[in-house]
Design a protein around this ligand. Sequence first.
Ligand code: NAD
Ligand code: 2YH
Length: 260
Amino acid sequence: MTRLTPEDLINIQEDIHICEQIIYEITDRKIIQLLENIYNIKYNGEKIGIIPITSGNGLIDNFSESLLKILRMFNMDSFITKRVDVSGYYEAIKKNADIILMADDSTFLAYNLKNMKISNNQIATGKIYSEILINSKNLNDKDILIIGAGNVGKPAIENFIKYNYNIYIYDLDESKIDDIIKKFPTIIKYNFNQNKKFSKIFEATPSENTIPESVLINGTIVSTPGIPRALSKTLETKYNIKLIMEPLGLGTLSMIYEIL
Ligand code: NAD
Ligand code: 2YH
């Protein structure tokens, strides 16, 4: 599993700000409006405690601070516990947190201590990045290319199925595709020789430059939580791509809304 690096998070506020503008351009909605529509709930001042976790490979410089910046950008009442791990959990409860956020090397979760709902970053990220495409004004085109059918890709695929998309899927690991096609037989295995172009692409892999020129048209919307970047800057500019890409913010907000 890919681990975030402090470098990934350096421009987190600016990255989210750019995504906010593109999301508004393609959906006519601000991020929070979109989340309210998706989860049919509003944030109501819940207090969110961020607990740094030292297990495994330890703390990531800037991780907890980036979460705090993200939540505060959207006016959410939030704090980082001074202590870490179990002591941090205790501190969060003593400070009357309604929700806690914490991550080790394999799981990043949000837990609502009042209603006992729990969310997982990979699922919530797949959800929001797919919903951005589903809510795009270009509703006529129901073809979607999905690159990467892992833990983030799978919930996105299930969401596109729900909205009757024609799903074309590519993954380096063919067994991942076969498993998904067993579950959803209408999904089409894509290979890049098919020479089909897409106005909507979802990408969630840990590899760089996974989106080749052959699938792009002018104005393609690329919604990609995958780190590092899936599309070269040259292709982004050449095809006026509407690129939704940032390392932590949208998924974290989606986790919070899922458990309100
Ligand atoms: P995963 O390991 O569960 O799935 C990744 C999938 O990509 C695998 O099925 C793998 O076979 C496939 N893959 C790898 N290289 C490929 C390539 N070159 N072409 C096609 N398929 C390829 O990982 P995940 O949890 O689904 O995460 C995917 C990416 O999303 C990671 O980079 C992760 O760090 C990132 N992520 C970002 C956010 C965010 O908020 N932006 C949140 C969660 C995860
Ligand atoms: O980056 C990660 C893992 N890849 C899980 C993310 C799931 N998408 N975890 C962050 C670890 C943070 C660290 N424990 C800290 O600083 O608290």
